[in-house]
Design a binder for this molecule. Structure first.
Ligand SMILES: NC(=O)c1ccc[n+]([C@@H]2O[C@H](COP(=O)([O-])OP(=O)(O)OC[C@H]3O[C@@H](n4cnc5c(N)ncnc54)[C@H](O)[C@@H]3O)[C@@H](O)[C@H]2O)c1
Length: 278
């Protein structure tokens, strides 16, 4: 049966790199992104190279869009791989939009695709190293994040103090890590796997924007043992691996692809906290 893969955020740095890899494997690739001209241009480029491609430009926060993606996958064959890269960083939008795209959009997509999971289907949800650096201890915040489809989700988020884009970004990605842990049994019972991947700073339009606009980003690069930012193709290569039989025992977990920076940053934070305590 024909293998189908889905790439969200297909007009972005990581999405483009994933789409090229899935097309090279012979999958029918379903591309979706808010940016219609760029999604269509990528689809035309891949089709010119011989791939079967479907472009479905849409907003990931629209429940109808998730349903359309699922219908298209079903029409084309068997769902093999999902690279969910669509997302917004903290300088790109207000806190409510960041929460809706990064968290509500992820839940809508996973809900729509879960019925299509069969033996070997794998989803990789791109999170962030920010998820590993935010301490989340408040049960009220956790309770809000657990219900991103509720009508009053954003009102409740505001009530618990998620009112800036930085907090919204880190918490939305933190919840993505939890989502894959929680969904792994259901995906496993259908023979599928679901994983999150937390990048460090990656040289994409988003990564470059954050480097330009946030002085803190330079210190993350400085703390990176490999002493550089990552490249979109380095993320795509890990996603290709995670979606392959070579990763057949990896599910319900997160993989940091950050050049080693997160653990260095955690030790720096620990040292600062210890110094504060003295
Ligand atoms: N680049 C980095 O340094 C970095 C670091 C950590 C995590 N991430 C995460 O990696 C993922 C991919 O980021 P990237 O670097 O490729 O960014 P990018 O900005 O190049 O691509 C993101 C894509 O998502 C699309 N998108 C945004 N909102 C959407 C919506 N509502 N519906 C559909 N599509 C939408 C954008 O149009 C864009 O094409 C994101 O989830 C991001 O949070 C990136």
């Amino acid at each position: 049966m024909n293998s189908v893969s889905v790439v969200t955020g297909a007009a972005g740095g990581m999405g483009i790199a994933c789409a090229h890899r899935f097309a090279a494997l012979g999958d029918t690739v379903v591309l979706t992104d808010l940016d219609q001209p760029s999604t269509n241009a990528l689809a035309a480029e891949l089709a010119a190279g011989g791939a079967e491609v479907v472009a479905l430009p849409s907003d990931i926060t629209d429940p109808a869009a998730a349903a359309t993606i699922a219908e298209e996958v079903q029409r084309r064959g068997r769902l093999r791989a999902v690279a969910h890269t669509a997302g917004l960083s903290l300088t790109m939008a207000e806190w409510d939009r960041v929460l809706s795209v990064n968290l509500t959009g992820t839940v809508l997509l996973l809900d729509a695709l879960e019925p299509l999971v069969t033996d070997g289907t794998t989803a990789v949800c791109v999170a962030s190293q920010a998820a590993h650096l935010i301490p989340v201890t408040d049960p009220d915040i956790v309770a809000v994040l657990d219900h991103p489809l509720s009508d009053d989700f954003l009102a409740r988020a505001a009530e618990v103090g998620i009112v800036d884009s930085g907090t919204a970004y880190a918490l939305s990605k933190w919840q993505v890590l939890r989502l894959v842990i929680r969904r792994a049994p259901a995906w496993g019972s259908r023979g599928g796997r679901i994983v999150s991947l937390s990048p460090g700073i990656i040289d994409t339009p988003m990564g470059r924007r954050e480097l330009d606009q946030q002085p803190l980003m330079a210190s993350i690069v400085e703390a990176t043992p490999l002493d550089r930012v990552g490249h979109a193709d380095e993320i795509a290569s890990v996603i290709e691996f995670l979606c392959s039989p070579a990763a057949s025992f990896i599910t319900g977990t997160d993989l940091l692809v950050d050049g080693g920076s997160t653990e260095q940053l955690k030790s720096q934070i620990d040292q600062l906290m210890t110094a504060d305590d003295r």
